[in-house]
Design a protein around this ligand. Structure first.
Ligand code: MOS
Length: 740
C-alpha cells in the first residue's frame, strides 16, 4: 500500500542507464541492410532525372529506391490516415517527381554496410526543375484562411461574446500589440529511426521511434496493404519525443518499403540534420487587443492568430482558445487562421497551441497590467474566472488561485518593485515576471490486462508508450497499489502493438488513460482472486465480501482482522493455476465531459539577470506552481515539469529555426546553430504541486502533466526581461540583438 503518491525512481532507470534498454536503431537482425535517405535541396519543383548508376556501382549497394521504382501502393484510404492526422492529404514519400519542400526525401540508398550506403548517397545525381516557393509567414499571412475542416480533437475558437470593439473603445487602459515566435524543431536525444526485421514468412517486426505502436501498425496496414496480424510494431523505449513521434514519419515508410521489396531486414536512421525536415512547431503571429476599466477589470479581449501549414494538410492547434478560460471578460473575439507555405506539415510540439497562445495572452496581460498601474499578479486575480466562460461550464477542479498564491509566496513576489529597471545588483539588471499556464486534462479510451503468476509476480500490459515520461513507473505503482504487492514484483509491458489497445501517447493523457485501464484490469483481477480465495478449503475469507478485505503485503486480508489472510500465491496453488489474468478498459465519461471543463493550470514566476551592458540574459530562478489533480509520482512528475520549464526557456531565449527564404530552407539545422538550453543555462527551478483533489476528471483523479510545464514559462521570462530592462520584446526568442 501507499505506492501512489510516493516519490518513486523509474523502474526502467537501470535499464536505461546501463544500455540494456534498446531503442529503434539498436535492434539487430541477420543480414541487416542499411538505408540512407537523400533529401531534396530545392523547396519546390520537379525531379527531372535521377542517375543512380554511380551509386549502384559502389560495392555493397543493394538498391536505390526512388519514385521511379517504388512499388505501387494502397496509400491512404478516405477513412484512415493516421490517428492524429490533420485534415488533408498526408505526405507520401517517393510518390512522384513533385518536390513540396526542402529536405523532402527523394531517394533511399540501401547497402550491406551503413558506410557504403552513406557514400553511395552522395553519388546520386539528381536534376531538378525549380519552381517559385514561399516560406515566409509574414508575407503569406495576407492569404491566411479559416480552416474549413477542423482537425479532430482541436476545438474551434470560441464564438465571440459581447462586442469586442465597443469594449475596447470603452476601456480606460488599452493595449494593441503583435507577438511572434519563430519556427521550432524537435530535438529529442533519439533521432527518428526504424529497424524492420524481415521474419521470413511475410511477417515483419518493426522497431520504430514512435509515440504509438498501433498507430504505426495501422499506417503500415493501410499504406502497404500488409494485414495487421503480419505486422508487429515495437517501441519499448523512446528517447524523448514531445510530439515528434505522434505521426508515422518517413523513416518508417522507407524502412518498411525497402524491407518488403528486398525481403530482408532494413534499418533507416535519420541524421540530426534530417530531423529538421519534417514536423516542427509552426511560426505564429498573434494579434492581441485588450482593454480594462479604471478598476483593472477587462472590458475587451481579442486574440487573433495565424500559423503556417503545408500545401497539403491543414495542421491546426488551439492557439486562441485559452483566454476565455482564464479571464472574466464580456467582450471577446477569437480568430485563428492558416497560411500555406512550401514546408512540411507542422506538427505537435509539447503543449501545441497553448505554449504558443499563452505567449500572446500572458505578455499582453503583463503589458496591460503596467498600463493599469497594477501588479501583474493582482491584475490577473482581479480578472480570475471561476468558470469556463466560452462554454459556460464549471471546472472539475481549478486550483489556479492557490497556485498563484503558493507560487508567489515561494518566489517572494511580494518584495518586487513595480518599476522596470528598479532592481539592480552590480552590473546586472534583475527582473521578475510571472505568467499563467493552462493545458487540457484529457483522457482517452484505453485497454489493459493484468496477470498474477503462481510465483507472485504481477504483469500488467498495455500498448501505450513511455516517451520518457515515466509511464512504466506509474503503471507499476498503480498495479502494486491495487494488488498490494511490492513494486519489485510488478512487470510492466508496454510499447508493443500486440498488447491491449491504446492510442498514441501524447497530449499528457497517458497517466489518466493507461493508468485507469491498468487500474481497471487490476480491480478485475482483485475480484477474481478474491473469489478464488474465498472458495479455498477452510478459507479465512469464506464469509467476507470484496469491500471488507484489503490486498496488502502479497495477501488478501480481512479489513478488520488483518491476521486472517490468504497469500496470493496460495490462491493459485490451491486451485492448481499457473496464472490468473483479467482485462480492463477505461473511457472518458461523455456526460461528465458535457457538464464540466477539465484543465490543468500553473503559475510561473521567473527571475532573470541581464547584464546591463552586454544584455546577456540568464534565467536564475523559476518557480512553477502546478495544479494537476492527483500526482501519482511526485518524483517523475517533477521531472516532467523541469523538462517543460527548460523547453520553455528554449522558447523564450534560444530555440528558433531560421529559413533562408531565397532557398526556402532551414539553415541552422544542427545543434550547434539551433540552440537549446544547456546545463549551464538551467539554474534553480522550483516545482510545486498544488493540492487539487478531483474525483470527476478521471477514474484515478489524475489530470496528467508534462506539457503544462512549458506553458506560461516563455511569457514569464519575457515579462521578467521587460521588468529588468524596460524593453518589451514581442518577438521570441529574445536573443541579445533584440535587447541592444
Ligand atoms: Mo505531445 S505534443 O501530445 O507528445
Amino acid at each position: 500500500m501507499g505506492h501512489i503518491g510516493t516519490p518513486t525512481s523509474r523502474v526502467d532507470g537501470r535499464a536505461k542507464v546501463t544500455g540494456t534498454a534498446r531503442y529503434a536503431a539498436e535492434y539487430v537482425a541477420p543480414d541487416l541492410a542499411y538505408g540512407v535517405v537523400v533529401s531534396s535541396p530545392v523547396a519546390r519543383g520537379k525531379i527531372r532525372a535521377i542517375d543512380a548508376s554511380a551509386a549502384l556501382a559502389v560495392p555493397g549497394v543493394v538498391q536505390v529506391f526512388t519514385h521511379e521504382n517504388r512499388p505501387s501502393l494502397a496509400w491512404f484510404s478516405r477513412s484512415w490516415q493516421d490517428e492524429v492526422a490533420p485534415p488533408g492529404s498526408p505526405f507520401r514519400p517517393l510518390y512522384d517527381k513533385e518536390i513540396h519542400y526542402s529536405g523532402q526525401p527523394v531517394a533511399l540508398v540501401v547497402a550491406e554496410e551503413f558506410e557504403a550506403a552513406r557514400h553511395a548517397a552522395t553519388l546520386l545525381r539528381i536534376e531538378y526543375e525549380t519552381l517559385p516557393h514561399a516560406t515566409d509567414l509574414g508575407a503569406a499571412r495576407e492569404e491566411a484562411y479559416e480552416p474549413r475542416k477542423k482537425r479532430s480533437g482541436i476545438p474551434p475558437p470560441a464564438k465571440p461574446r459581447g462586442d469586442a470593439q465597443a469594449g475596447y473603445e470603452a476601456g480606460a487602459v488599452k493595449l494593441e500589440a503583435e507577438y511572434r515566435h519563430g519556427f521550432e524543431h524537435h530535438n529529442p536525444m533519439e533521432m527518428h529511426a526504424a529497424t524492420v526485421v524481415w521474419e521470413g514468412d511475410g511477417r515483419i517486426t518493426v522497431y520504430d521511434k514512435t509515440q504509438g505502436s498501433q498507430n504505426c501498425q495501422s499506417y503500415i496496414h493501410n499504406v502497404f496493404g500488409i494485414p495487421s496480424d503480419q505486422v508487429r510494431v515495437v517501441n519499448a523505449y523512446v528517447g524523448g519525443a514531445f510530439g515528434s513521434g505522434l505521426r508515422p514519419h518517413y523513416q518508417l515508410f522507407l524502412a518498411v518499403m525497402a524491407a518488403t521489396q528486398l525481403e530482408r531486414s532494413v534499418r533507416v536512421v535519420l541524421t540530426r540534420q534530417q530531423m529538421f525536415t519534417f514536423t516542427h512547431r509552426p511560426d505564429t503571429i498573434q494579434k492581441m487587443a485588450l482593454a480594462a476599466d479604471a478598476d483593472g477589470k477587462l472590458t475587451a479581449f481579442r486574440h487573433e492568430a495565424v500559423q503556417n501549414t503545408s500545401r497539403f494538410e491543414d495542421y491546426q492547434e488551439a492557439v486562441v482558445n485559452w483566454a476565455g478560460l482564464l479571464y472574466k471578460c464580456d467582450n471577446t473575439l477569437f480568430d485563428y487562421r492558416l497560411a500555406q507555405l512550401d514546408l512540411p506539415t507542422p506538427g505537435d510540439m509539447r503543449a501545441p497551441g497553448a505554449a504558443t497562445g499563452l505567449i500572446g495572452i500572458e505578455c499582453a496581460m503583463d503589458e496591460l497590467a503596467y498600463a493599469a498601474k497594477l501588479d501583474p499578479l493582482e491584475f490577473r486575480l482581479r480578472n480570475y474566472s471561476e468558470i469556463d466562460q466560452d462554454n459556460n461550464r464549471k471546472y472539475t477542479s481549478k486550483a489556479l488561485r492557490e497556485a498563484y498564491h503558493i507560487g508567489a509566496e515561494r518566489f517572494g513576489w511580494g518584495r518586487r518593485s513595480m518599476a522596470p529597471g528598479s532592481m539592480r545588483e552590480g552590473g546586472e539588471l534583475i527582473g521578475w515576471g510571472m505568467a499563467t499556464g493552462v493545458w487540457e486534462a484529457m483522457m482517452m479510451k484505453t485497454a489493459a490486462n493484468a496477470v498474477l503468476h503462481a510465483d507472485g509476480r504481477v504483469e500488467v500490459a498495455c500498448a501505450t508508450s513511455d516517451i520518457g515520461t515515466g509511464t512504466y513507473t506509474i503503471l507499476a505503482q498503480i498495479a502494486a497499489e491495487a494488488l498490494g504487492v511490492d513494486l519489485a514484483r510488478v512487470t510492466v509491458r508496454i510499447g508493443d502493438s500486440d498488447l491491449p489497445k491504446s492510442p498514441v501517447s501524447g497530449g499528457s493523457w497517458t497517466a489518466a488513460s493507461a493508468g485507469a485501464a491498468v487500474d481497471a484490469a487490476c480491480q478485475a483481477l482483485r475480484k477474481s482472486l478474491f473469489k478464488l480465495a474465498r472458495g479455498m478449503d477452510d478459507s479465512p475469507l469464506a464469509n467476507a465480501s470484496l469491500d471488507r478485505v484489503v490486498f496488502d503485503g502479497g495477501a488478501i486480508r480481512l479489513a478488520d482482522d488483518e491476521a486472517r489472510a490468504v497469500a496470493l500465491t496460495d490462491v493459485l496453488t490451491a486451485h492448481h493455476l499457473s496464472l490468473v489474468e483479467e482485462e480492463g478498459a477505461a473511457s472518458p465519461s461523455m456526460i461528465s465531459s458535457m457538464r464540466y471543463s477539465r484543465y490543468t493550470h500553473s503559475a510561473v514566476f521567473a527571475e532573470v539577470r541581464v547584464d546591463a551592458q552586454l544584455k546577456v540574459v540568464r534565467v536564475t530562478r523559476i518557480v512553477n506552481a502546478v495544479a494537476a489533480g492527483r500526482i501519482l509520482n511526485p518524483k517523475t512528475a517533477r521531472s516532467q515539469i523541469l523538462g517543460g520549464v527548460v523547453m520553455g526557456m528554449g522558447m523564450a531565449l534560444y530555440e528558433e529555426t531560421m529559413p533562408d527564404h531565397r532557398f526556402g530552407r532551414f539553415m541552422n539545422h544542427n545543434l550547434a546553430e539551433y540552440h537549446v538550453a544547456a546545463h549551464a543555462d538551467v539554474q534553480g527551478i522550483d516545482v510545486i504541486f498544488v493540492d487539487e483533489p478531483d474525483e470527476e476528471v478521471s477514474p484515478l483523479g489524475v489530470k496528467g502533466l508534462g506539457e503544462i510545464g512549458i506553458v506560461g514559462t516563455p511569457a514569464a521570462i519575457a515579462n521578467a526581461i521587460f521588468h529588468a530592462t524596460g524593453k518589451r520584446v514581442r518577438e521570441l526568442p529574445i536573443t541579445i540583438d533584440k535587447l541592444l
